[in-house]
Design a protein around this ligand. Structure first.
Ligand SMILES: NC(=O)c1ccc[n+]([C@@H]2O[C@H](COP(=O)([O-])OP(=O)(O)OC[C@H]3O[C@@H](n4cnc5c(N)ncnc54)[C@H](O)[C@@H]3O)[C@@H](O)[C@H]2O)c1
Length: 457
């Protein structure tokens, strides 16, 4: 059982996207992204409550031409924050203070004691590969997501503490769900705000590509199904073409355990040879099918062009740095528990998952990256214990210094109501046999570390 913890809740720099269409004669998509606390201000200024209130206000800005449309699609405010900031300043929103708070949140990610310990452990566990990092150039997509940021922290740590010849990295993200740009003090790591559904041009030589961009949380991928499919398909193709052009030494495609859909109980723990039981039309299909297509595309580039591709299928990764507003089950429980609110179990809570601590996931990613296991798919996760969602909620509740209730609620979303896989547990014998990797973190230890991070450590 995880230890009981004290402390205050880490504040999320939550963001909500307001998408409106249309204005004018054409049916154009207008989208702006607004931090949650700004929305609160908007509500106050407008003197109205709820979504309808602020959407109406936003609509009035659009009609006055105060908010610019984004002809390229979504996330206008992210691409042109000054336009939105100016607009908000005009209505008295304390933009500078809010932006500072966002930056502080991001810096806290870099300063976290728990993450720093994790990174030191990771660097130690990857010692046999230190030479493979030295002097090499990595390109990481989705670099400001949950897994991407750990990779960035690791490269920075290796450069500062371990490598004589530093590693270089090109870090790509469009911030559809990632945190805002992190302060990167390492001159060897360069950040590029880039949507991978467009080709990425660079004169740099690239040794390794890790294509981790994706929209991984069910709530977000049902909200942005087209972007989800684009990043898994067009984005994957763009990265594979770049890999071919640059003659990279290795390419990782971050697929998902969702390629198995709702597996036949006879195939749990699920081996890589299981073909899956996936709906092509259900609420999860945009994610599941894009990852399946991405795998097929990756293997085609291996077979036709010899691009040295490895495919990773992660199973429920968790740990420090996971977005508190990500809506995935574990951060959702921890957030509720720290706010002393009942932990909401969607439905009966008997569905099971086996959770993988982030350090284990990242170690396996780099072991595979530096391996010769080309043209192969690998489950990466922790094969046990398989925990029911209800038992997980009870574990989180027990770890709290105060009493927390666990309640069953109707699933709030079709993605949970009709298509939540009943079991998810990997068979990782292939990973162990080919790379020698074994998970190092128990659920109790990982959960304690995660809660410590949520408490601000
Ligand atoms: N974390 C898990 O448990 C898990 C499980 C299965 C699969 N995966 C896969 O692993 C990868 C990393 O997962 P994560 O948990 O870090 O996800 P995440 O959502 O935290 O991060 C993904 C990052 O990709 C970025 N992104 C999305 N679309 C993009 C685009 N078109 N161009 C550029 N950047 C884009 C997002 O802004 C975000 O920063 C994803 O591809 C995900 O599908 C993760």
């Amino acid at each position: 059982m995880p230890q009981k913890l004290k402390g205050k809740t880490r504040k999320a720099s939550a963001a909500r996207t307001v998408k409106k269409e249309p204005v004018g004669a054409e049916n154009r998509l207008i989208s702006i992204r607004i931090p949650e606390n700004v929305i609160e201000e908007l509500r106050k200024v407008a003197g109205q409550k709820g979504d309808a209130g602020y959407q109406q206000l936003i609509k009035s800005y659009i009609s006055k031409g105060l908010v610019e449309e984004n002809p390229e699609g979504m996330f206008d405010a992210d691409r042109q924050p000054s336009v939105l900031d100016e607009t908000l300043e005009k209505i008295g929103v304390p933009v500078a203070a809010i932006r500072k708070q966002e930056r502080d949140n991001v810096e806290k990610l870099a300063e976290s004691k728990v993450i720093a310990e994790d990174i030191r452990n990771l660097a130690r566990n990857l010692k046999p590969f230190h030479k493979a990092f030295a002097g090499k150039t990595f390109l990481i997509t989705g670099a400001f997501g949950f897994l991407g940021r750990y990779m960035v922290h690791l490269l920075k740590h290796l450069n500062e503490e371990v490598l004589k010849t530093p590693a270089r990295a090109l870090l790509l993200d469009n911030f559809v769900t990632g945190y805002q740009q992190q302060v990167i003090s390492d001159k060897n790591l360069s950040f590029h705000r880039h949507d991978v559904i467009k080709p990425f041009e660079t004169d740099e030589e690239i040794d390794y590509i890790i294509h981790a961009a994706g929209i991984a949380s069910p709530v977000y991928y049902t909200k942005y199904p087209i972007e989800t499919m684009d990043v898994g398909t067009i984005g994957t193709r763009n990265m594979l073409e770049l890999a071919y052009k640059k003659r990279v030494k290795s390419f990782i495609f971050m697929s998902s355990s969702e390629v198995y859909g709702d597996p036949d109980p006879k195939c749990v723990p699920t081996p890589e040879t299981y073909h899956g039981n996936v709906s092509i039309t259900g609420p999860r299909s945009c994610y599941d099918e894009s990852k399946r297509f991405g795998e097929t595309m990756s293997l085609a580039f291996w077979r036709v062009y010899n691009v040295p591709v490895k495919i990773i299928r992660p199973f429920n990764v968790y740990g420090p740095g996971i977005r508190p507003d990500d809506f995935r089950v574990l951060p959702n429980f921890i957030e509720h528990a720290l706010r002393k609110e009942p932990l909401p179990i969607h439905g009966h809570g008997r569905n099971t998952r086996s959770f993988c601590y982030i350090n284990d996931e990242i170690e396996a990613i780099f072991r595979l990256l530096f391996s010769e296991e080309n043209g192969e798919s690998f489950n990466v996760g922790t094969p046990g214990p398989e925990v029911s969602v209800r038992d997980l909620a009870l574990m989180v509740a027990k770890a709290m210094p105060h009493a927390v209730e666990v309640v069953n609620i109707d699933p709030p979303h079709a993605v949970y109501a009709t298509s939540d896989p009943k079991r998810r547990c990997p068979d990782i014998s292939k990973l162990i046999a080919r790379t020698g990797f074994k998970p190092r973190y128990s659920l109790a230890e990982g959960l304690t570390r995660t809660i410590r991070w949520f408490c601000g450590e």
